[in-house]
Design a protein. Structure first.
Length: 363
């Protein structure tokens, strides 16, 4: 065997060791969780421990875990290779691993002039069907009232749109477009949801018109307000798809829960911004600089939160799939996952030690 081939074989074995290291570190991770959250014991699996830890990290852990450039480098490498692996081999998991329907989405538009001559209020909210994990319904209303040619009108049109079918279609879309960009994917899914919501509103108005007795002038006014309401809702989906680098200051300070129907984890266009800076190349005001500084911090912490979820997918891949430990893509995935998970285990061990010292001091 040539020296070059021998070197390649040793390198392959070395990289494959990261798969073993990940497995060992995973068990160390679960062991720390069992000490930290004994109340989460469940013979059916580790789900309650993981849920308890995610809650802990959101409240306390994120304040103590330093997400430096090294950690972010490992997470970015894991994200890039993991996204590629999921898209090419497990498209049914793509949406749920890298995106989520924002259960906190709630939007209200209100235009009520002092004379109340032409009033329009539009509301939308995300709801998850009770007892289900992946079923989501957007509910909303269009409230319009005023006076037109001396005749008053007052209507409240309500609508509901189940977007679960669109989310399910993600599997087929990714299967057909395994190399789609983050921008194209988010544009596609938002366009599909927007279409479903718009159709629901149009149908709700159509049914409403069947029971109205307005004259043609008032009916025309109501129809114009319907079109305006649709335009307002379309603007929500447009803003949802807009890159943070291109937002106006008014859009920056707006609550994300008022326009992000679908949210990429850990940040919209995360992989794109590994190469292209989040902060635009222009003169920024002090307020804009402060906003971007906070955005970087949020991105880093949300990256760890995404990691805590995705690492469980990797655990399942090892325990329930037959992977090739010599596959270079898998090696890179498990190498970076191990290096981040090890730091989290170290944090947990430190927390356990502090708790033990505190308990002993009380005794």
């Amino acid at each position: 065997m040539s020296e070059i081939q021998t070197y390649k074989n040793w390198k392959a074995v070395t990289e494959a060791d990261f798969v073993s290291l990940f497995i060992k570190t995973w068990f160390a991770y679960i062991s720390t969780l069992r000490v930290m959250f004994p109340e989460a014991q469940n013979t059916r699996g580790d789900g309650k421990y993981l849920y308890a830890y995610n809650k802990f990290y959101l409240q306390e852990g994120r304040k103590k875990f330093i997400v430096d450039d090294t950690i972010m480098g490992h997470i970015e490498a894991l994200y890039r290779e993991g996204r590629k692996m999921i898209m090419e081999n497990y498209p049914e998991y793509y949406f749920w691993d890298f995106y989520r329907a924002n259960e906190d989405f709630e939007y209200t538009y209100r235009d009520v002039p002092p004379d109340k001559s032409e009033c329009l209020i539009v509301g939308m909210k995300m709801n998850r069907n009770r007892g289900t994990k992946w079923s989501f319904v957007i509910t909303g209303f269009v409230r319009l009232f005023g006076k037109h040619y001396g005749v008053e009108y007052n209507e409240n049109v309500q609508f509901a749109c189940n977007i679960s079918d669109v989310l399910s279609q993600s599997t087929d879309y990714i299967s057909k477009h395994p190399k789609t960009s983050e921008q194209d994917y988010l544009s596609w899914i938002l366009r599909e949801i927007n279409s479903e919501v718009s159709h629901s509103i149009i149908q709700a108005f159509k049914e409403h018109y069947e029971h109205t007795t307005y004259a043609s002038r008032q009916l025309t006014k109501i129809q114009s307000l319907e079109k305006r309401a649709l335009s307002i809702i379309w603007s929500i989906f447009t803003l949802n798809a807009k890159d943070d680098s291109n937002k106006t200051y008014d859009e920056m300070i707006r609550s994300r829960n008022s326009y992000e129907v679908i949210r990429q984890n850990p940040l919209n266009y995360f992989e794109y911004h590994m190469e292209v800076d989040l902060q635009p190349n222009r003169v920024l005001t002090a307020s804009e600089e402060s906003w971007y500084k906070k955005l970087y911090e949020t991105r880093n912490q949300n990256s760890v939160i995404w990691f805590l979820s995705f690492v469980y997918r990797l655990r399942n891949a090892l325990f329930h799939e037959i992977i090739d430990p010599l596959n270079e893509e898998w090696q890179l995935i498990f190498k970076n996952a191990y290096l981040v998970l090890k730091e989290i285990v170290d944090l947990n061990i430190s927390e356990i030690g502090k708790t033990a010292i505190a308990e002993n001091s009380v005794v």
